[in-house]
Design a protein around this ligand. Structure first.
Ligand code: IMP
Ligand code: MG
Length: 206
């Protein structure tokens, strides 16, 4: 750690299995710092508030990745709304989605969503498998409308096309972490978003 430049100061946090050291040196570069993220949230929140001004929203947050995003976004939306959470897994410890999407925490009970205006909030649109599966599951509950809001969208050919109605930032096809986004459950607590160094993606999991 002594060899780190001051700009690469270590963020240290305690965990059950010892001391995890999250270094900014694990990142190739920072893509969006905290003020840039917050400025963009102001824009999206204004857009959503305007689009839903006559309706009561049901926000469905896809955990864990959207945790920071949804918390900061909803505090900028001065409308009556309900919040539900669901959790899915598709990565299974890899840097590529497996395409096999499992619901770890079920969506809200179908009767709660009937005739509601649903806004799905997720961290990132990559292959499209996750959001396509979430959308299909929620459609079965016959809501009045469904829209999708993502913080990030990768510019790439998707395995499944998903229409995102609100997009924070479009990014290149790189693996990013921070502000809720993880690699093997780490880096979620970084207040900014950065590109993870490529060689870390290939290391065996610890
Ligand atoms: P998809 O099913 O491939 O669209 O991936 C969606 C989920 O994969 C997201 O909700 C994220 O949790 C995760 N994911 C996709 N790309 C990244 C990334 O670059 N960094 C961290 N997580 C990612
Ligand atoms: Mg993830």
């Amino acid at each position: 750690m002594a060899s780190l430049k001051p700009s690469c100061r270590a963020l240290i946090s305690a965990s059950a299995d010892g001391l995890i050291i999250l270094v900014r040196g694990d990142l190739e570069r920072v893509l969006f710092d905290e003020p840039a993220i917050h400025r963009r949230l102001d824009d999206i929140a204004a857009q959503i508030s305007n689009d839903y001004r006559e309706q009561e929203l049901t926000v469905i947050a896809v955990l864990h990745g959207s945790l920071m995003f949804v918390a900061d976004l909803l505090r900028r939306i001065p409308l009556p709304l309900k919040l539900e959470c669901l959790s899915v897994a598709s990565y299974h410890g890899k840097a590529q989605t497996s395409g096999d999407v499992t619901f770890k925490l079920a969506p809200a009970s179908p009767s709660d969503l009937a005739d509601r205006d649903v806004l799905i909030v997720d961290d990132i649109l990559d292959s499209g498998h996750t959001l396509a599966a979430v959308r299909e599951a929620l459609e079965r509950a016959r809501p009045h409308s469904i829209r999708v809001c993502v913080l990030l969208s990768k510019k790439k050919q998707r395995a499944r096309e998903v229409d995102a109605n609100y997009v924070g930032f479009e990014i290149e096809d790189e693996f990013v972490v921070g502000y809720g986004l993880d690699f093997r459950e780490r880096y979620r607590n970084l207040p900014y978003i950065g590109v993870l160094r490529r060689e870390l993606l290939d290391q065996p999991s610890k």
